[in-house]
Design a protein around this ligand. Structure first.
Ligand SMILES: Cc1cc2nc3c(=O)[nH]c(=O)nc-3n(C[C@H](O)[C@H](O)[C@H](O)COP(=O)(O)OP(=O)(O)OC[C@H]3O[C@@H](n4cnc5c(N)ncnc54)[C@H](O)[C@@H]3O)c2cc1C
Length: 328
């Protein structure tokens, strides 16, 4: 049986693997069958990951992560986890190919998925003027005209933040009222650079190499019109990838996996979680990597305590009591 299995191949998973491998825990990392490398595979230039003063392409950064993890002995499997048995001292991880891997600890780092508009152009233009992250990409839109899609708090926050860079920010919303909190709404209404386009949805995104505009469809009368843009930010929500642990691990009110304070310890002893799947706030590569490191260190300490308790025939290490929403 292995000491540790890491699920997910984004910054959190690979960082956990680097730390676990260097601690001689011989990690097995399940990378997924299609989305190896995580969210940064969908972007171009990453300018805010420390250590790369000239910036680095997202896929190149993730290749570096993987090479560094493999250099210290991480074994990478290109398959999906389809089922988990997490209770008890032996954790069982079932793969898409039917195989089952066993370990004393699991690090769950499956990330979260930004909701998409569902348009075919999204795949092509992601990282080319189409973004889901103002913190990541706002800097590229200095003195530009851009739009934010959405009507919640995150859309208002992104739009307000983007006015630091852009000359003009449209907020496109499918209704004539916002879901955002009053204070966030007011902040956006008061901002001279923000203009609201009500009762409108995006019917198409224009551009071949980069976003040049959109077709707006009126949600009341169905009429369509064009809008020239240099960039489009989609802020219609984010779903932590927790479906494999529903009913098993405690979740927070935001739907992320609940962890014990600043640690990565979940509601089941020996199961640790890291990255965007535990993070409703920051969702950055550097923060995901940071919690990935914490997860490997927590797993290492847990295994050491388990070995010590085996020696002393004492009780096994207990799971923490979490303040999150209990698993159903
Ligand atoms: C377009 C875009 C651009 C971005 N740009 C930046 C940027 O410039 N700077 C920055 O700091 N952040 C950026 N981000 C945010 C950053 O990518 C995320 O915060 C970070 O990738 C989160 O890391 P993670 O390891 O938690 O999850 P992810 O990167 O999402 O990785 C999770 C991994 O788990 C895998 N997985 C999921 N389910 C399973 C399963 N059942 N079995 C096996 N594997 C599974 C997924 O396939 C994926 O590989 C960007 C995000 C997007 C979408």
């Amino acid at each position: 049986m292995r000491d540790i299995i890491i699920i997910g191949s984004g910054p959190a998973g690979f960082t956990a693997a680097i730390y676990a491998a260097r601690a001689q825990l011989n990690p097995l990392l399940i990378a997924s069958s299609v989305e190896i490398g995580g969210e940064l595979m969908n972007t171009t230039e990453v300018e805010n990951y420390p250590g790369f003063p000239e910036g680095i392409m997202g896929p190149d950064l993730m290749t570096n992560f993987q090479q560094q993890a493999e250099r210290f002995g991480t074994e990478v499997v290109y398959d999906d986890v389809v089922e988990l048995e997490l209770d008890g001292p032996v954790k069982r991880v079932k793969l898409g190919n039917g195989g089952v891997e066993e370990a004393r600890t699991v690090v769950y780092a499956t990330g979260s998925a930004y909701r998409k508009l569902g348009l075919p152009e999204e795949e092509v233009l992601s990282g080319h003027g189409l973004s889901w992250c103002a913190t990541c990409d706002g800097f590229f839109f200095r003195q530009k005209t851009i739009a934010v899609v959405g009507g919640g708090d995150s859309a208002m926050e992104e739009a307000t933040f983007l006015t630091r860079f852009a000359d003009k920010v449209y907020v496109i919303h499918r209704r004539d009222t916002l879901k955002a909190s009053k204070i966030m709404q007011q902040r956006a209404f008061d901002n001279e650079k923000i203009e609201f386009i009500w009762n409108a949805e995006i019917a198409a995104i224009h551009g071949t190499d980069a976003v040049t505009g959109v077709t707006l469809r009126d949600t009341v009368n169905g009429e369509e019109r064009g809008l020239d843009l240099d960039g489009l930010f989609v802020a219609i929500g984010n779903d932590p990838r927790t479906h494999l642990v529903h009913g098993k691990l405690d979740l927070t009110a935001e739907g992320t996996i609940a962890v014990d304070g600043r640690s990565s310890r979940t509601s089941i002893a020996g199961v640790f979680a890291a990255g965007d799947v535990i993070d409703p706030n920051y969702r950055q590569a550097i923060t995901a990597a940071g919690t990935g490191a914490a997860a490997a260190l927590d797993a290492e300490h847990y295994l050491a305590a388990l070995d010590a308790s085996d020696d002393e025939e004492a009780a096994p290490v207990a799971a923490p009591e979490l303040a999150g929403v209990a698993a159903e």
